[in-house]
Write a protein that binds this ligand. Structure first.
Ligand SMILES: [Zn+2]
Length: 192
């Protein structure tokens, strides 16, 4: 069993109480499909960094939401990285320009920035922690080279895995580390 590092900075999350809302959970039934991943809501700012949860190889970079003139979804991309646990898809992001298929990258490497996926005016204050900006993370078995859709009439996609426990665990670890080291770091900064 391998462990993940949490892909975002805790200070960028919209809340510290829950990993996501019920609507952002894996398998949540939406109007036309089941949610294939987990949404991690972040503050709406252009420099929110996405880090790899484990080391691996970049196996695909794809157009994710959009296209650019879509009425409900803004244009975003996704990066798929294959590592020890399988293939992790980091969606609703903009990859750093230097990232390309075949790159070998370490865990906790900065690979992308979160981009807004929902147009202005379509905010959802009824959803806990919601933001127009989020990392949508999916998890697949080894060999996946593209994200899948999971419509109501589809069979469950066989290579799709539920990342909830992996993410929850990495989030809890990150919070413990943060509480332990944040005061020390704050002190170092202060004494500069
Ligand atoms: Zn999502």
């Amino acid at each position: 069993m391998s462990h993940w590092r949490f892909p975002l900075g805790l200070e960028d999350l919209t809340n510290t109480e829950r990993l996501t809302s019920p609507q952002g959970e894996f398998g949540y039934k939406r109007s036309y499909y089941f949610h294939q991943g987990i949404d991690l809501y972040v503050e709406g700012k252009p420099d929110v960094k996405v880090h790899t949860v484990e080391s691996g190889t970049v196996v695909a970079i794809e157009d994710f939401t959009g296209p650019p003139d879509h009425p409900h979804w803004l244009y975003t991309q996704a990066v798929l990285v294959e590592g020890k646990s399988g293939v992790v898809c980091y969606g609703e992001i903009e990859p750093l320009p230097g990232i390309k298929v075949g790159d070998e990258i370490m865990a906790s490497t900065h690979i992308a920035h979160v981009r807004p996926v929902i147009p202005e005016g379509l905010e959802r204050p009824d959803i806990f922690g919601h933001s127009r900006w989020m990392l949508h993370l999916e998890w697949y078995t080894h060999g996946a080279r593209e994200s899948v859709s999971w419509h109501h009439d589809d069979e469950y996609p066989l290579n799709l895995r539920n990342p909830s426990n992996m993410l929850q665990e990495s989030w809890e670890c990150e919070k413990v580390l943060y509480e332990k080291f944040e005061p020390i770091i704050a002190n170092i900064v202060k004494s500069d």
